[in-house]
Design a protein around this ligand. Structure first.
Ligand code: HEC
Length: 220
């Protein structure tokens, strides 16, 4: 009996020290919250295990629609490029390093679609991962992104670009890209030193020395 009382007393004193210490630490300001300082190995393991299992448990309850249609994957790629690539990177660009925890490079590995869907809908607490409600993305749009991320890791930068860039305009609308280009050169180029203008001038260029047809004429 005496031993038990003694044990309980010791446990109580220890608990007071640990809890008191933790509270004092919070008030002390010694903990560094700045981005890039990360966590120690134990905290990191604890938080990522907690996150993964929390998401998995909830995602497992979702009913996953068919996701293999080519148009669906394409639409998902476009949404990913507009709404996710700025943080998570894309083929040819690393994820942003402005956050801690850092956003993982989602186009580098395969992802379970239900897991992706749940994260996009609900976000992740105490991180930069935003929740996208139905007012911002319909279920269909979120599943499209999930379909794309199922296996985006095989894409090269060029293939990705091709998927997310709008299709080229039909041939009748040719003047449109030209006037776009003119705007760009106006901004960046004050002297009118336009490489295209140089190209246009080439046929009448007085510096042209070689004139094979003339030579042939004098020979024959
Ligand atoms: C403002 C930046 C930001 C945007 C925009 C963003 N995310 Fe995230 N996302 C994060 C961060 C940061 C994390 C890491 C959270 C963590 O580790 O706790 C994350 C985590 C995730 C995860 C969990 C990864 C894992 O292994 O558990 C998925 C899936 C995800 N994001 C998908 C998306 C998708 C899809 C979009 C676009 C619809 C998106 N995110 C938009 C910042 C962002």
């Amino acid at each position: 009996m005496k031993a038990i009382t003694r044990f309980l007393k010791t446990a109580l004193v220890l608990a007071v020290i640990v809890i008191g210490g933790a509270i004092a630490y919070a008030y002390s300001g010694y903990y560094d919250v700045s981005v890039g300082t990360g966590h120690n190995a134990v905290t990191h393991w604890y938080l990522s295990t907690l996150r993964y299992n929390s998401i998995k448990r909830r995602a497992d309850e979702l009913e996953v629609p068919p996701l293999d249609a080519e148009e669906m994957i394409r639409a998902g790629a476009v949404s990913y490029d507009q709404g996710c690539a700025g943080c998570h990177g894309r083929p040819g660009r690393e994820p942003s390093d402005s956050f801690d925890p850092r956003p993982p490079a989602l186009t580098r590995h395969a992802h379970d679609p239900a897991y992706t869907f749940w994260v996009v809908r609900n976000g992740i607490k105490m991180s930069a991962m935003p929740a996208r409600g139905e007012d911002r993305m319909s279920d269909e749009q979120v599943w499209e992104v999930a379909a794309f991320l199922q296996d985006a890791s095989r894409l090269t930068e060029g293939e990705y670009r091709q998927m997310v860039e709008p299709p080229p305009p039909p041939p009748e609308v040719e003047p449109v890209p030209e006037s776009d280009e003119a705007e760009v050169t106006e901004d960046g180029d004050e002297d009118g030193d336009d490489p295209e203008a140089a190209n246009d001038a080439q046929p009448t260029d007085p510096d042209q020395d070689e004139q094979p047809p003339a030579d042939e004429d004098t020979d024959g």
